[in-house]
Design a protein. Structure first.
Length: 157
């Protein structure tokens, strides 16, 4: 049983953005990364598409949702500065093949929390924008136990 935890694609520069950071969009490169992620994840996405409500996260998984006939469900538990507890809860709740999109603070905290709970990190961690963590859950009655995690690098665009 597998879930996919995506870091949002390349967004505009935070220090130059005027306005609410929740509304900061993807750059052209980020849009290309989102399209490449959709192509890679579409055959694997058999569950829900859940995102931080921040625009850059939603935009990262919108092409995937469109390609698979799904809608993006925004969830505050994946928002920036929310810690790992909400992400862990979602990992336990979502069906196999779901894709979650979050931020560069939440994802490392979530992976560290999974590791403390016995998850094996396979390969080299990758925290860059548009990277994907493949989370393997143990089959059986308790689908919340993540046994291994592997990071895919961002798509070449």
């Amino acid at each position: 049983m597998t879930l996919y935890l995506v870091r949002h694609a390349k967004a505009g520069d935070r220090s130059r953005w005027v306005g609410d950071d929740r509304d900061r969009p993807l750059t052209g490169k980020g849009e290309a990364q989102a399209a490449a992620l959709a192509a890679r994840l579409a055959p694997l996405c058999t569950g829900d598409v859940v995102s931080s409500p921040y625009l850059r996260c939603v935009q990262t998984v919108e092409p995937l949702a469109a390609a698979t006939g799904r809608t993006v469900r925004a969830d505050e538990r994946l928002a920036e500065d929310t810690g790992f507890a909400g992400a862990l809860a979602l990992i336990g709740e979502l069906p196999d093949g779901s894709v979650l999109c979050s931020h560069g603070d939440v994802i490392p905290e979530t992976i560290a929390a999974l590791q403390r709970r016995g998850c094996a990190i396979e390969g080299t961690p990758d925290w860059r924008k548009a990277s994907v963590w493949v989370l393997s859950r143990e089959a059986g009655d308790d689908a919340t136990t993540v046994t291994s995690a592997t990071a895919w690098p961002p798509p070449e665009v």
